[in-house]
Design a protein around this ligand. Structure first.
Ligand SMILES: Nc1nc2c(ncn2[C@@H]2O[C@H](COP(=O)(O)OP(=O)(O)OP(=O)(O)O)[C@@H](O)[C@H]2O)c(=O)[nH]1
Ligand SMILES: [Mg+2]
Length: 294
């Protein structure tokens, strides 16, 4: 924590239906990849922080799991519980929407959730780069319920600076929550888990990603044979049943090898050193039961 100053400081939570681009926006705001992004819904499963520090102040963005309508599983209940929790103790609510898709039940659920918070709200119409956004005007018609309504493209960066300025304008002054230079609260272990999870979403179909989680068992600094630094990681993909285990492993182990290779590549580029990723696929029918839903 730094000394109290006249700088702005506070929390802005990103909420919205699943797949609207909250995590892509978090990465664009911070300017580096913190959150995993995939074309599949329900990618984000935890709330975490991306920090933007400027001379005028600091915004701590909180990414949240998207709201979605699906079979009520323990996992879904856990994710929605995390969104409600994330709305506590924040300064600004950023409601992210995708005007290329019809306003549906999931959006109405978020509208209700957001309507009940007392903090200032900003409506963000994302995906401004898309040529067809038929529901743009329907969202703009709701702008009166928000302190600001802004159009951005998390993909190209358009409008992202304007969003930072709008939020800064709504924050109180106070001590910074993170030291200058720190961009997230995500631990190395959490990040490794997320990178592997992203590759599962990208490389397996249909329901497979939704029955899977990743457990990191060991992270060790080692050396390659020629004395270069090597990060050894032992991790397991847990899935709820045998059929999904077989799909994750693939013929002759090909699928899990591809997931591992893609994750290893991303980790090596980010860490700028060799990574050995020992990845297995295990059946654990109870992993979801251990999640908190209260
Ligand atoms: N064209 C376009 N696509 C975008 C934009 N922002 C995000 N996307 C895409 O939308 C999809 C979903 O993005 P995410 O950032 O994972 O969405 P999310 O809201 O975090 O989704 P959940 O974590 O599942 O709630 C991905 O395929 C992104 O590439 C944008 O500004 N323009
Ligand atoms: Mg997300």
């Amino acid at each position: 924590m730094s000394e109290a100053t006249d700088r702005k400081s506070g929390f802005a939570v990103l909420v919205g239906r699943t797949n609207v681009g909250k995590s892509t926006l978090l990465n664009a705001l911070v300017g580096t990849k913190i959150a995993i992004v995939t074309p599949k819904p329900q990618t984000t499963r935890d709330t975490y922080h991306g920090v933007v520090t400027r001379p005028e102040g600091q915004i701590v963005f909180v990414d949240t799991p998207g709201i979605f309508e699906t079979e009520p599983t323990k996992l879904v209940a856990n994710l929605h519980h995390k969104v409600r929790d994330a709305l506590e103790g924040i300064d600004v609510v950023v409601h992210v929407v995708d005007p290329s898709r019809a306003i549906g039940t999931e959006d109405r659920h978020v509208i209700e959730l957001v309507r009940h918070v007392t903090q200032p709200r900003i409506l963000v119409l994302n995906k401004a780069d898309l040529p067809e956004r038929p529901w743009r005007q329907d969202w703009l018609d709701r702008a009166g319920e928000y302190a600001h309504a802004l159009e951005v493209s998390a993909l190209t960066g358009k409008g992202v600076e304007e969003l930072v300025r709008a939020i800064m304008g709504l924050l109180p002054t106070g001590p910074l929550h993170y030291p200058e230079g720190q961009v997230t609260n995500v631990s190395n272990e959490f990040w490794i888990r997320e990178v592997i999870r992203e590759k599962i979403y990208l490389q397996t179909g249909q329901e497979v990603p939704y029955t899977a989680t990743v457990q990191v068992e060991k992270i060790e600094d080692r050396q390659t044979k020629d004395g270069k630094p090597l990060l050894y990681i032992k991790a397991a993909i847990l899935t709820t049943d045998d059929r999904h285990q077989r799909m994750l492993i693939g013929a002759g182990g090909r699928r899990v090898r591809e997931i591992g290779a893609a994750a290893r590549h991303e980790l090596e580029v980010a860490l700028n050193r060799k990574v050995f990723l020992d990845l297995t696929v295990l059946v654990d029918p109870h992993w979801m039961d251990r999640l908190e839903t209260a």
